[in-house]
Design a protein around this ligand. Sequence first.
Ligand code: CA
Ligand code: CA
Length: 130
Amino acid sequence: MLKKTVIKIALALGIAGGASAALGVGLAEAHGHRFKERAAAFDKDGDGVLSETERAAMKQEFQARRAARHQEALARYDANKDGQLSDAERDRMRHDRITFRFQSIDTNHDGEITFAEFEAHAKTMKRGRP
Ligand SMILES: [Ca+2]
Ligand SMILES: [Ca+2]
């Protein structure tokens, strides 16, 4: 029963997920396994299915977040201020994100990730807190 619920929510999310992937870098990564949990939060009556209304509310919130993230990305990476992120500008953004992730795993900041550091990081991911 529980499994069925998760699958239904995942299906309902298929559309939103696809749009996210098309729109931006790092979104799939940001959603990841927490995506289903977030969807469950919109299942207000807890029947395991997102109704039209529930889906609309979820879509609206995701769009608002996406817009906010896009504005943030532009503010930081739109070097020539043309309101768009060019490939080079996106590359810089990706580089910064990867650097940030690397540094968050490399807890003793020696520039190398040991198995122990990676394992500790993996454990925090499991708890849903990267
Ligand atoms: Ca630009
Ligand atoms: Ca290290």
